[in-house]
Design a protein around this ligand. Sequence first.
Ligand SMILES: *Cc1c(COP(=O)(O)O)cnc(C)c1O
Length: 393
Amino acid sequence: MHHDQIGFNSKAVHAGIIDDPLGSAVTPIYQTSTFSFEDADHGARCFSGEEKGYIYTRIGNPTINDLEHAVAKLENGYGGIAVSSGMAAVNTVYMTYLGQGKHLVAHNALYGPSRAIIESIWVKFGIESTFVDATDPINVANAIRPNTSLIFLETPANPTIGITDLEAVVAIAKKHNIPVCVDNTFCSPYLQQPFDYGVSVVLHSMTKFINGHADIVAGMIVAKTKEHYDRLRPVMVNMGCNMDPHQAWLTRRGLKTLGIRIDRAQENAMKVAVFLENHPKVEWILYPGLTSHPQYELGKRQMKGPGAMISFGLHGGLEAGKRMMNSVQMALLAVSLGGIETLIQHPASMTHSKLSSEAKKIAGISDGLVRLSVGIEDIEDIIADLSQALDKV
Ligand SMILES: *Cc1c(COP(=O)(O)O)cnc(C)c1O
């Protein structure tokens, strides 16, 4: 059976490029920096691209290429470019599509560093930017300038769980011939495939759902077409933000169970969301699986499931949030998301504690906001833990 014809979970297990002569069931780790040539002519052919041979691990490595191939298949893209972290993926995309005098339009609730680096570093190179609430596509249309060269989105976005209509934004972008990049970390290709809506580039922090075991930091860029791939790949190679073979091997192992991990985490998240929605200490909750989510219908259309990320607000603000953080017993008090363990985070007292109240407001962070990444533990235990912690709020 050809890999293009098998289902998502079958691809997650089997899609790869390695046909190991010794018959190993799992892709071996090619822990090597360089590859020797048979002779000078062979070396010349590899360098000219006449022959597809391995040269040097920053340029390409079988273990890494195997992972790139698998993720590209799952996203239905042309090719994958593995990088050292999610932020390396973000910056490789910025480096490729932005430049002196160019303009970026991006969603205003991006992953914090994806926005911060534009405003603190890229601005030094003459790059202009406009951050808008892309959950209303008209804001994207209004922000476009003649020098706009990239639209960068995240949906659902962190921590507001706002959903952007990809089809609508792509229709706007196409009129101006501007590539759209989507950070698909929150959904993974299992729940959302942005290429279906005409997006040009997808990226992931594989640190989250794709690897899923909280033991790796890793990133991936997937290009829809050869043209975009050929623009992106040399930037990664020459910037040197390549992945390491061992990192690729662990990520490939995590990827195999992506579907069943998300199925379980999502089933748990739905039950947690219903529990929280009915809890007297909870003021509000945002979860795409609840009909109370303002974009419930769009989420249902665009995503194959509501995922495992929940934001909710506590009556009692900052102090209530801190008390809850200090009371959880099983959930880990930690940043990151998408792992098998339930993680809980209170941005106002943790990740965003240094921000002014104005800046917190812009980022959509109220004092009582709690972010939960629901894991695959037994649902009774997750709810019992949250319940006893909420009793102490
Ligand atoms: C974590 C994260 C990133 C950054 O990824 P790293 O692997 O930590 O560099 C980017 N985007 C989103 C949505 C994330 O959650």
